[in-house]
Design a protein around this ligand. Structure first.
Ligand SMILES: Cc1cc2nc3c(=O)[nH]c(=O)nc-3n(C[C@H](O)[C@H](O)[C@H](O)COP(=O)(O)O)c2cc1C
Length: 325
Protein backbone atom coordinates (compact mmCIF):
# COMPACT_ATOMS: atom_id res chain seq x y z
CA UNK A 1 0.00 0.00 0.00
CA UNK A 2 1.45 3.33 -1.05
CA UNK A 3 2.44 5.90 1.53
CA UNK A 4 3.82 9.42 1.65
CA UNK A 5 6.46 10.34 4.20
CA UNK A 6 8.69 13.42 4.29
CA UNK A 7 7.43 14.27 0.82
CA UNK A 8 8.65 10.92 -0.53
CA UNK A 9 6.35 8.57 -2.41
CA UNK A 10 6.82 5.15 -0.81
CA UNK A 11 5.61 1.81 -2.13
CA UNK A 12 4.82 0.81 1.47
CA UNK A 13 4.51 2.52 4.88
CA UNK A 14 6.97 -0.03 6.32
CA UNK A 15 10.41 1.54 6.70
CA UNK A 16 13.38 -0.37 8.06
CA UNK A 17 14.74 1.74 10.89
CA UNK A 18 18.30 2.76 11.55
CA UNK A 19 19.95 -0.49 12.69
CA UNK A 20 22.35 -3.22 11.58
CA UNK A 21 19.62 -4.31 9.12
CA UNK A 22 20.41 -1.27 6.99
CA UNK A 23 24.16 -1.13 7.47
CA UNK A 24 25.19 -2.93 4.24
CA UNK A 25 24.01 -2.90 0.64
CA UNK A 26 23.27 -6.62 0.95
CA UNK A 27 20.86 -6.04 3.84
CA UNK A 28 19.23 -3.11 2.07
CA UNK A 29 18.68 -5.34 -0.97
CA UNK A 30 16.84 -7.76 1.34
CA UNK A 31 14.69 -4.89 2.62
CA UNK A 32 13.83 -3.95 -0.97
CA UNK A 33 13.14 -7.55 -2.02
CA UNK A 34 10.63 -7.86 0.83
CA UNK A 35 8.77 -4.67 -0.06
CA UNK A 36 10.11 -2.04 2.37
CA UNK A 37 9.03 1.49 1.51
CA UNK A 38 12.39 3.00 2.47
CA UNK A 39 15.39 2.41 4.71
CA UNK A 40 16.98 4.58 7.35
CA UNK A 41 20.69 3.88 7.33
CA UNK A 42 22.54 2.93 10.48
CA UNK A 43 23.42 6.20 12.19
CA UNK A 44 26.83 7.66 11.85
CA UNK A 45 28.09 8.44 15.34
CA UNK A 46 30.39 11.25 16.22
CA UNK A 47 31.69 9.40 19.27
CA UNK A 48 32.55 6.36 17.16
CA UNK A 49 34.95 8.32 15.01
CA UNK A 50 36.58 9.83 18.04
CA UNK A 51 36.73 6.46 19.76
CA UNK A 52 38.45 4.79 16.79
CA UNK A 53 40.95 7.56 16.60
CA UNK A 54 41.63 7.52 20.32
CA UNK A 55 42.17 3.74 20.34
CA UNK A 56 44.82 3.91 17.62
CA UNK A 57 46.31 6.98 19.10
CA UNK A 58 46.91 5.07 22.34
CA UNK A 59 49.22 2.63 20.55
CA UNK A 60 50.88 5.20 18.35
CA UNK A 61 54.29 6.67 19.08
CA UNK A 62 53.96 10.11 20.56
CA UNK A 63 57.31 10.97 18.96
CA UNK A 64 55.37 11.41 15.75
CA UNK A 65 54.11 14.67 17.15
CA UNK A 66 50.87 15.31 15.33
CA UNK A 67 49.98 11.62 14.86
CA UNK A 68 46.86 11.93 16.95
CA UNK A 69 45.56 14.77 14.82
CA UNK A 70 46.40 12.80 11.68
CA UNK A 71 44.73 9.62 12.94
CA UNK A 72 41.65 11.42 14.02
CA UNK A 73 41.36 13.11 10.66
CA UNK A 74 42.22 10.01 8.63
CA UNK A 75 39.88 7.67 10.49
CA UNK A 76 37.16 10.24 10.62
CA UNK A 77 37.35 10.81 6.88
CA UNK A 78 37.55 7.09 6.12
CA UNK A 79 34.60 6.29 8.34
CA UNK A 80 32.52 9.06 6.83
CA UNK A 81 33.49 8.11 3.26
CA UNK A 82 32.18 4.56 3.92
CA UNK A 83 28.78 6.00 4.82
CA UNK A 84 28.68 8.21 1.76
CA UNK A 85 29.47 5.21 -0.46
CA UNK A 86 26.67 3.23 1.21
CA UNK A 87 24.13 5.98 0.50
CA UNK A 88 25.01 6.02 -3.22
CA UNK A 89 25.27 2.25 -3.64
CA UNK A 90 22.08 1.45 -1.73
CA UNK A 91 20.12 3.91 -3.80
CA UNK A 92 21.62 2.65 -7.06
CA UNK A 93 21.23 -1.08 -6.32
CA UNK A 94 17.71 -1.01 -4.90
CA UNK A 95 15.98 2.17 -6.09
CA UNK A 96 14.64 2.53 -2.53
CA UNK A 97 14.54 5.97 -0.97
CA UNK A 98 17.48 6.09 1.41
CA UNK A 99 17.16 8.17 4.58
CA UNK A 100 20.54 8.96 6.06
CA UNK A 101 20.86 9.12 9.84
CA UNK A 102 23.19 11.15 11.99
CA UNK A 103 23.56 10.83 15.73
CA UNK A 104 24.21 14.42 16.78
CA UNK A 105 25.55 15.17 20.20
CA UNK A 106 26.83 18.64 19.47
CA UNK A 107 26.03 21.58 17.26
CA UNK A 108 29.28 21.26 15.31
CA UNK A 109 30.13 22.53 11.84
CA UNK A 110 31.69 19.18 10.89
CA UNK A 111 28.33 17.50 11.20
CA UNK A 112 26.45 20.12 9.34
CA UNK A 113 28.93 19.85 6.47
CA UNK A 114 28.72 16.07 6.55
CA UNK A 115 24.92 16.17 6.47
CA UNK A 116 25.10 18.14 3.21
CA UNK A 117 27.48 15.54 1.79
CA UNK A 118 24.92 12.81 2.58
CA UNK A 119 22.34 14.76 0.60
CA UNK A 120 24.71 15.16 -2.34
CA UNK A 121 25.51 11.42 -2.21
CA UNK A 122 21.84 10.65 -2.93
CA UNK A 123 20.04 10.54 0.43
CA UNK A 124 16.37 11.39 -0.07
CA UNK A 125 15.98 12.67 3.50
CA UNK A 126 17.90 12.92 6.72
CA UNK A 127 16.93 11.62 10.15
CA UNK A 128 18.60 13.30 13.08
CA UNK A 129 18.95 11.21 16.16
CA UNK A 130 19.59 13.71 18.92
CA UNK A 131 19.74 13.06 22.62
CA UNK A 132 21.51 15.11 25.16
CA UNK A 133 21.72 13.07 28.37
CA UNK A 134 21.52 15.46 31.29
CA UNK A 135 23.88 14.56 34.13
CA UNK A 136 23.79 17.68 36.22
CA UNK A 137 21.08 19.62 37.98
CA UNK A 138 21.35 23.11 36.58
CA UNK A 139 20.35 22.61 32.94
CA UNK A 140 16.58 22.90 32.61
CA UNK A 141 14.30 21.42 29.96
CA UNK A 142 14.04 24.72 28.08
CA UNK A 143 17.81 25.03 27.70
CA UNK A 144 18.16 21.45 26.47
CA UNK A 145 15.29 21.86 24.03
CA UNK A 146 16.88 25.01 22.66
CA UNK A 147 19.98 22.99 21.89
CA UNK A 148 17.88 20.50 19.89
CA UNK A 149 16.24 23.34 18.02
CA UNK A 150 19.59 25.02 17.26
CA UNK A 151 21.01 21.81 15.76
CA UNK A 152 17.91 21.26 13.66
CA UNK A 153 17.86 24.82 12.36
CA UNK A 154 21.48 24.66 11.21
CA UNK A 155 21.09 21.27 9.56
CA UNK A 156 17.84 22.17 7.79
CA UNK A 157 19.41 25.32 6.38
CA UNK A 158 22.42 23.37 5.11
CA UNK A 159 21.01 20.21 3.55
CA UNK A 160 18.15 21.03 1.18
CA UNK A 161 16.47 17.65 1.76
CA UNK A 162 13.63 16.91 4.22
CA UNK A 163 14.81 16.46 7.80
CA UNK A 164 13.05 14.42 10.48
CA UNK A 165 14.00 14.21 14.13
CA UNK A 166 13.98 10.96 16.09
CA UNK A 167 12.97 12.11 19.55
CA UNK A 168 13.55 10.55 22.94
CA UNK A 169 10.58 9.11 24.80
CA UNK A 170 10.99 10.97 28.05
CA UNK A 171 10.32 14.64 27.43
CA UNK A 172 7.99 16.78 29.50
CA UNK A 173 6.00 17.91 26.47
CA UNK A 174 7.01 16.24 23.25
CA UNK A 175 4.43 18.27 21.28
CA UNK A 176 5.89 21.59 22.38
CA UNK A 177 9.37 20.51 21.30
CA UNK A 178 8.01 19.07 18.03
CA UNK A 179 6.31 22.40 17.38
CA UNK A 180 9.58 24.27 17.97
CA UNK A 181 11.34 21.91 15.57
CA UNK A 182 8.63 22.46 12.98
CA UNK A 183 9.27 26.19 13.35
CA UNK A 184 12.97 25.58 12.62
CA UNK A 185 12.16 23.70 9.42
CA UNK A 186 11.79 20.05 10.49
CA UNK A 187 9.58 18.07 8.13
CA UNK A 188 8.85 15.14 10.41
CA UNK A 189 9.33 13.44 13.74
CA UNK A 190 9.97 9.83 14.70
CA UNK A 191 8.49 8.49 17.93
CA UNK A 192 10.77 7.31 19.48
CA UNK A 193 14.47 6.84 19.73
CA UNK A 194 15.60 3.79 21.66
CA UNK A 195 18.64 4.09 23.84
CA UNK A 196 21.16 1.70 25.15
CA UNK A 197 19.78 0.89 28.61
CA UNK A 198 22.43 -0.57 30.87
CA UNK A 199 21.38 -3.06 33.53
CA UNK A 200 23.10 -3.81 36.84
CA UNK A 201 24.74 -7.12 37.68
CA UNK A 202 24.41 -7.36 41.46
CA UNK A 203 27.17 -10.00 41.87
CA UNK A 204 29.74 -8.03 39.91
CA UNK A 205 28.20 -4.82 41.22
CA UNK A 206 28.69 -3.28 37.81
CA UNK A 207 26.71 -1.94 34.90
CA UNK A 208 26.25 -4.52 32.15
CA UNK A 209 24.70 -4.51 28.69
CA UNK A 210 21.04 -5.42 28.28
CA UNK A 211 19.10 -6.51 25.21
CA UNK A 212 18.65 -3.65 22.76
CA UNK A 213 15.45 -5.11 21.30
CA UNK A 214 11.91 -3.99 22.10
CA UNK A 215 8.88 -5.86 23.43
CA UNK A 216 5.66 -5.73 21.39
CA UNK A 217 3.81 -4.18 24.36
CA UNK A 218 6.04 -1.10 24.19
CA UNK A 219 3.97 0.08 21.24
CA UNK A 220 1.18 1.03 23.64
CA UNK A 221 3.40 3.70 25.11
CA UNK A 222 3.67 5.33 21.70
CA UNK A 223 0.15 5.03 20.27
CA UNK A 224 -1.51 7.76 22.33
CA UNK A 225 1.38 10.17 21.73
CA UNK A 226 1.15 9.49 18.00
CA UNK A 227 -2.63 10.01 18.05
CA UNK A 228 -2.25 13.39 19.78
CA UNK A 229 0.69 14.55 17.64
CA UNK A 230 -1.00 13.74 14.35
CA UNK A 231 -3.96 15.90 15.42
CA UNK A 232 -2.20 18.88 17.00
CA UNK A 233 0.70 19.03 14.53
CA UNK A 234 -0.69 17.74 11.22
CA UNK A 235 2.02 19.69 9.36
CA UNK A 236 4.63 17.20 10.63
CA UNK A 237 5.03 13.77 9.06
CA UNK A 238 5.11 11.14 11.75
CA UNK A 239 6.82 7.77 11.85
CA UNK A 240 6.27 5.36 14.74
CA UNK A 241 9.32 3.38 15.81
CA UNK A 242 9.16 1.16 18.91
CA UNK A 243 7.21 -2.05 19.26
CA UNK A 244 5.90 -2.39 15.70
CA UNK A 245 6.41 -6.14 15.54
CA UNK A 246 3.69 -7.21 13.09
CA UNK A 247 1.06 -6.02 10.62
CA UNK A 248 -1.55 -5.49 13.32
CA UNK A 249 0.80 -3.17 15.21
CA UNK A 250 1.50 -1.28 11.97
CA UNK A 251 -2.24 -0.78 11.35
CA UNK A 252 -2.67 0.52 14.93
CA UNK A 253 0.06 3.13 14.39
CA UNK A 254 -1.39 4.21 11.04
CA UNK A 255 -4.88 4.52 12.57
CA UNK A 256 -3.32 6.79 15.20
CA UNK A 257 -2.04 9.04 12.41
CA UNK A 258 1.45 7.77 11.58
CA UNK A 259 2.49 8.31 7.96
CA UNK A 260 4.82 5.34 8.23
CA UNK A 261 6.18 2.84 10.73
CA UNK A 262 9.77 1.88 11.29
CA UNK A 263 10.78 -1.67 12.15
CA UNK A 264 13.89 -3.25 13.62
CA UNK A 265 13.12 -5.87 16.31
CA UNK A 266 10.57 -7.53 13.98
CA UNK A 267 13.47 -8.30 11.61
CA UNK A 268 15.61 -9.56 14.45
CA UNK A 269 12.82 -11.98 15.43
CA UNK A 270 11.46 -13.02 12.03
CA UNK A 271 14.00 -12.03 9.39
CA UNK A 272 13.50 -9.69 6.43
CA UNK A 273 10.36 -11.67 5.47
CA UNK A 274 8.60 -9.85 8.34
CA UNK A 275 8.34 -6.81 6.05
CA UNK A 276 6.46 -8.77 3.36
CA UNK A 277 4.14 -10.25 6.01
CA UNK A 278 3.32 -6.80 7.35
CA UNK A 279 2.58 -5.47 3.87
CA UNK A 280 0.30 -8.38 3.19
CA UNK A 281 -1.49 -7.95 6.51
CA UNK A 282 -2.11 -4.22 5.89
CA UNK A 283 -3.44 -4.88 2.37
CA UNK A 284 -5.77 -7.65 3.53
CA UNK A 285 -7.00 -5.63 6.52
CA UNK A 286 -7.66 -2.53 4.36
CA UNK A 287 -9.50 -4.60 1.78
CA UNK A 288 -11.65 -6.21 4.49
CA UNK A 289 -12.49 -2.77 5.88
CA UNK A 290 -13.22 -1.35 2.43
CA UNK A 291 -10.31 1.10 2.29
CA UNK A 292 -8.66 1.73 -1.07
CA UNK A 293 -5.75 3.85 0.20
CA UNK A 294 -3.84 4.63 3.37
CA UNK A 295 -5.17 8.19 3.53
CA UNK A 296 -8.70 6.80 3.89
CA UNK A 297 -7.87 5.40 7.32
CA UNK A 298 -4.72 7.15 8.50
CA UNK A 299 -5.48 9.09 11.67
CA UNK A 300 -8.99 7.70 12.15
CA UNK A 301 -8.20 7.33 15.85
CA UNK A 302 -6.40 10.58 16.33
CA UNK A 303 -7.08 13.10 19.07
CA UNK A 304 -9.50 15.15 16.98
CA UNK A 305 -11.71 12.30 15.93
CA UNK A 306 -12.05 10.95 19.48
CA UNK A 307 -12.91 13.35 22.27
CA UNK A 308 -13.19 10.61 24.88
CA UNK A 309 -11.12 10.67 28.04
CA UNK A 310 -8.66 8.11 26.63
CA UNK A 311 -6.36 10.98 25.67
CA UNK A 312 -6.40 12.87 28.93
CA UNK A 313 -6.82 10.11 31.46
CA UNK A 314 -3.54 8.44 32.24
CA UNK A 315 -4.11 7.22 35.78
CA UNK A 316 -5.92 4.00 36.62
CA UNK A 317 -9.05 5.58 38.13
CA UNK A 318 -11.41 2.74 37.27
CA UNK A 319 -9.34 -0.12 38.62
CA UNK A 320 -9.57 -0.94 42.32
CA UNK A 321 -7.07 -3.06 44.22
CA UNK A 322 -9.58 -5.94 44.55
CA UNK A 323 -9.60 -6.31 40.76
CA UNK A 324 -5.85 -6.70 40.53
CA UNK A 325 -5.83 -10.49 41.13
C1 LIG B 1 21.02 -3.36 17.52
C2 LIG B 1 20.33 -2.04 17.33
C3 LIG B 1 21.03 -0.96 16.77
C4 LIG B 1 20.40 0.29 16.62
N1 LIG B 1 21.11 1.32 16.08
C5 LIG B 1 20.48 2.53 15.91
C6 LIG B 1 21.15 3.63 15.33
O1 LIG B 1 22.31 3.55 14.93
N2 LIG B 1 20.48 4.79 15.18
C7 LIG B 1 19.18 4.94 15.58
O2 LIG B 1 18.60 6.03 15.40
N3 LIG B 1 18.51 3.91 16.13
C8 LIG B 1 19.12 2.73 16.31
N4 LIG B 1 18.44 1.68 16.85
C9 LIG B 1 17.03 1.88 17.26
C10 LIG B 1 16.08 1.38 16.14
O3 LIG B 1 16.24 2.13 14.96
C11 LIG B 1 14.61 1.49 16.58
O4 LIG B 1 14.28 2.86 16.74
C12 LIG B 1 14.34 0.76 17.89
O5 LIG B 1 14.93 -0.53 17.89
C13 LIG B 1 12.84 0.62 18.14
O6 LIG B 1 12.22 -0.07 17.08
P1 LIG B 1 11.78 -1.62 17.20
O7 LIG B 1 10.81 -1.71 18.31
O8 LIG B 1 11.20 -1.92 15.85
O9 LIG B 1 13.03 -2.39 17.48
C14 LIG B 1 19.05 0.44 17.01
C15 LIG B 1 18.36 -0.65 17.55
C16 LIG B 1 18.97 -1.87 17.71
C17 LIG B 1 18.19 -3.02 18.28
Amino acid sequence: MQAKYLGLELASPIIVSSSPYTSTVRNIEQCAANGAGAVVLKSIFEEQILHHAAALDAVSDSAYGDADVYLQRYLGEDYKAGFLRLVGEARECTGLPVIASINCVADSSDWIEYASMMARAGASALELNIFIQPTEVHTGARELEQRYAAIVERVVKAVGIPVSIKLPMRLTNVFSLSNQLLGRGARGVVFFNRFFEPDVNIEQMAFVESSPYSEAAELRNVLRTAAICSAVLPQLDLAVSTGVHDGEAAVKALLCGAHAVQVCTALHKNGFGAIAEMNEFIDRWAERQGFGSLEEFRGRLNFKSDTSSVFQRVQYMKYFPSEAW
